[in-house]
Write a new protein. Structure first.
Ligand SMILES: CC/C=C\CCC/C=C/C(=O)SCCNC(=O)CCNC(=O)[C@H](O)C(C)(C)COP(=O)(O)OP(=O)(O)OC[C@H]1O[C@@H](n2cnc3c(N)ncnc32)[C@H](O)[C@@H]1OP(=O)(O)O
Length: 290
């Protein structure tokens, strides 16, 4: 982990911290974390690229690095927006790392779930403009990451899909995944899609409003930069207060019930029936491969 929670930015050889140069002048900076790369050029728009092969699963380590990266950017006055994408071909993120939810201790489940919550609270509540450049499939937790951004652009490949497919794994999306989903697509579409655990191919996701636009894959980053420029053309304070007004109730709900939500998750995931479902799902993934 190359990012640290606090401390002075360093300007040296090799990996550098995102920060400000002496005299407060913004610098180009790159942070070569092990699971994501992050760069902040003079434009004030950071690009965060997931790079955790094979499928960018959101492990405890990944989630921790993600949250620390967001915190760093949030606290950096030079940074006004972040584009989130993946370095892996065909995969944005495969969602929560299922191995973190299988055969582990209660303490581990507690720590893992707190990290999932933390990531979402930071991303959904970010003051920055957040644009997801979804360049591959994005099930469950991957979909949550994309939905937590202000705008989603997806590569128009119908082989790429996105959605909250938890029901297919025999598990239930927590209320704040559901709330985020409802805020993006509306109650009726969320209700049907969640119950069926649907993964929507890109064109369908666009039709449902789950992603805001589709573009050819090679144009994804260019379009993300253009959208970012459009959002950043407004005064930050007006945009930020409006964002807070739109998202506060949903964020507050998790903050108010955080410990209860952890307890629910730990109880639920510790059940033998749920462990069995998760193991069978992992087996199915392996079989599908061979
Ligand atoms: C009270 C609340 C309780 C519970 C709430 C929990 C909420 C849960 C949220 C989640 O996010 S659960 C995770 C949901 N994710 C999925 O269903 C995705 C599963 N994966 C896939 O569909 C595919 O892997 C893919 C992402 C489409 C990529 O396909 P591809 O063919 O490119 O790769 P392959 O399937 O061969 O996978 C490679 C390798 O990676 C392992 N893998 C895949 N996804 C995960 C994952 N989410 N966690 C852990 N490991 C994963 C897969 O098993 C393969 O491993 P192997 O090489 O060892 O066989």
């Amino acid at each position: 982990m190359l990012l640290s929670g606090s401390g002075k930015p360093q300007f040296g050889e090799g990996n550098r911290e995102v920060g400000e140069a002496p005299l407060g002048r913004p610098v180009w900076a790159a942070v070569g974390g092990s699971l994501m790369s992050l760069c902040l050029p003079f434009t004030g728009v950071a690009t965060m690229k997931f790079k955790s092969p094979p499928v960018n699963s959101l492990s405890l380590e990944f989630l921790t690095e993600f949250s620390i990266s967001l915190e760093k950017l949030e606290n950096n006055r030079a940074c006004r927006g972040v584009i989130i994408t993946s370095t892996l071909p065909k995969i944005f993120s495969s969602g929560l790392d299922i191995t973190e939810m299988c055969g582990k201790s209660m303490e581990h489940y507690t720590e893992f779930w707190r990290a999932v919550q933390e990531m979402w609270l930071r991303l959904y509540g970010s003051n920055m403009v957040t644009v997801a450049a979804v360049n591959g499939s994005s099930p469950a937790g991957g979909c949550l990451v994309a939905m937590s951004c202000d705008y989603r652009i997806m590569a128009e490949n119908p082989k790429f899909s996105i959605g909250l497919n938890e029901a297919q794994l025999g598990i239930v999306a927590p209320f704040w995944f559901k709330d985020t989903f409802v805020n993006v697509v509306g109650h009726r579409i969320a209700e049907r899609s969640l119950q069926l655990g649907s993964l929507h191919p890109a064109p369908e996701a666009h039709k449902l409003g789950l992603v805001d636009e589709l573009v050819p894959e090679e144009k994804l980053m260019e379009r993300a930069a253009a959208v970012m420029a459009q959002w950043l053309a407004l005064p930050d304070h007006a945009r930020q207060l409006t964002k807070t007004m739109m998202r506060k109730a949903v964020l507050d709900r998790l903050v108010a019930h955080r410990e209860e939500d952890i307890k629910n998750f730990v109880t639920f995931v510790s059940k033998e029936s749920i462990q069995k479902s998760l193991r069978m799902y992992m087996e199915m993934l392996k079989k599908r491969k061979s």
